[in-house]
Unconditional design. Structure first.
Length: 170
């Protein structure tokens, strides 16, 4: 009985190489790297006169760092089509929710981060070298308006924007 418990426990650990990214089913791609996911809360520190051993910390806005996705180059123009929308001033670039799913060794979803209202802000083609033999890696950098964290299966977290431009609260 104890042996079965250890086997299940061994399959429950999470590694950084077991992840999947969904972009609202509009772009199908396999990614080799996802980096930059994070948030920073602005703070204001105030020192009170006569109180030398303390400070007051007031929190401000949240700033989300850009996320960079990397994948091997394919003949699917999904990234390029998405970012090229920004080149045309007459059309609005489509915002998409991006789900980053991390799995344990048993294949179960352990964590889901949803980038709400993501838009591409950068695209980079691979370096081309006549004498090179490395895989050609394409990069897409995304900025986003909000972040949800959960442990959802499948499509990750879903979120919709109201007509006022704000995202609905849970």
């Amino acid at each position: 009985m104890a042996g079965n418990s250890n086997v299940n426990h061994e399959l429950n650990y999470v590694t950084t190489n077991r992840f999947y990214i969904e972009i609202e089913s509009a772009i199908a791609a396999s990614f080799t790297e996802c980096s930059g996911l994070g948030a920073q809360i602005q703070k204001k520190v105030v020192h009170e006169g006569g109180v030398n051993d303390q400070q007051r910390v007031y929190l401000g806005h949240v700033e989300f760092s850009d996320v960079t996705l990397k994948r091997g180059v394919t003949d699917h123009p999904g990234f390029w089509n998405w970012i090229s929308e920004a080149f045309n001033e007459s059309s609005a670039i489509s915002r998409r929710n991006v789900n980053i799913l991390v799995f344990n060794q048993a294949g179960e979803t352990m964590m889901s981060w949803t980038l709400i209202g993501a838009v591409p802000v950068g695209w980079k083609a691979p370096s081309l070298q006549a004498d090179g033999n490395a895989a050609a890696i394409e990069e897409l950098t995304l900025a986003y308006e909000g972040l949800q964290v959960g442990k959802e299966k499948g499509g990750g977290n879903k979120s919709t924007r109201s007509q006022s431009g704000f995202f609905a609260s849970k």
